[in-house]
Design a protein around this ligand. Structure first.
Ligand code: CP
Ligand code: NVA
Length: 321
């Protein structure tokens, strides 16, 4: 008798109900795959006008310490499409902005809301909020991670390439929050990942080691280099993000100098496969980290990727809430 090692869907669903989403390190490969499959289905249902109002009567609180276009709007629209409601809160207008403790805030919000999505400066603060909240806390970007972005990125690669396992992903640029989540997510899905950063802007070493172990367990691999050509060589996906993230504005001039040679341009992508796809989490700085000819060219899927934030997050909301 064949005994399947894959857990039934309802088992995965029940183990995800009520969980936080702080980083993809806290999720199994199976759970991430489940969320991606669910996102694909919800996208089909949305386009067909057949989305069930499964979050009717539920409210998502959205706290922002930093700017946002995609995260804010896609979460709000996602809740509306699922029959629920979302509430935008600028952190500086809340009492937390003038010193109320994370402990009190988490406990109080848990009495009003069904989940909180937070974009914060410090990942540690978000962990603290989750610890003191009885409702799911969803990370909408911290200094260390951007897991909802990574889910949308993987979803877009599945749509374009058909599958993730065995595909080569090159991330070129800053070893930042977006890179951390993308590489961890890709490792879970058995991709071959090459990260190219300038010296001094590498991927977090502890996270790099964890990503390597996750990739190995799934038949994939993760390598790091300071040579963008080496990373991009024969890749299916070429990904970059801004060189200066929110909160690092004072370092902009130094970074501009350090990242010279890491721009994704026609010469660099000539090393990728002919049918490579270009991705960027956006917002982008054209002619800085990416040439206009690439981001606006035929291999770019950045707007499909941005739309997929909506569908990937609906999968997260429908599952966790
Ligand atoms: N990619 C992303 O998170 O975009 P926003 O900063 O606009 O939310
Ligand atoms: N790394 C960027 C991503 C923005 C979505 C930042 O943190 O500003």
């Amino acid at each position: 008798m064949h005994i399947s090692t894959v857990k039934p869907i309802n088992k995965i669903e029940s183990q995800l109900k009520g969980r936080d989403l702080l980083t993809l390190l806290d999720y199994t490969s199976e759970e991430i795959d489940y969320l991606l499959q669910k996102a694909l289905q919800l996208k089909v249902d949305t386009k067909a006008g057949k989305l069930p109002p499964i979050l009717q009567g539920k409210t998502l609180g959205m706290i922002f310490e930093k700017h946002s276009t995609r995260t804010r709007i896609s979460f709000e629209v996602g809740m509306i499409q699922l029959g629920g409601h979302a509430m935008f809160m600028n952190a500086k207008d809340l009492q937390i902005g003038r010193g109320e403790s994370v402990y009190d805030t988490g406990n109080v919000l848990s009495g009003y809301l069904d989940a909180v999505m937070i974009r914060a400066n410090s990942h540690e603060m978000v962990k603290e909020l989750a610890k003191h909240s009885s409702i799911p806390v969803i990370n909408g970007l911290t200094d260390m991670f951007h897991p909802c972005q990574a889910l949308a990125d993987l979803l877009t690669i599945i749509e374009v390439k058909g599958e993730l396992v065995g595909k080569k992903l090159a991330y070129v640029g800053d070893g930042n929050n977006v890179a951390h989540s993308l590489v961890i997510g890709a490792a879970h899905m058995g991709m071959h990942v090459a990260v190219a950063t300038p010296v001094g802007f590498e991927f977090d070493p502890i996270l790099f080691e964890k990503a390597q172990k996750i990739a190995a367990a799934n038949g994939g691999s993760v390598m790091q280099t300071n040579d963008p050509v080496e990373a991009v060589k024969d890749s299916d996906v070429v990904y970059t993000d801004v060189w200066t993230s929110m909160g690092q504005e004072e370092e902009a001039a130094v970074r501009l100098e350090a990242f010279k040679g890491f721009q994704i341009n026609d010469e660099l992508v000539s090393n990728a496969k002919n049918d490579y796809m270009f991705l960027h989490c956006l917002p982008a700085h054209r002619e800085e980290e990416v040439a206009t000819s690439v981001i606006d060219g035929p291999n770019s899927y950045v707007f499909q990727q941005a739309e997929n934030r909506l569908h990937a997050q609906k999968a997260v909301l429908a599952t966790l809430l």
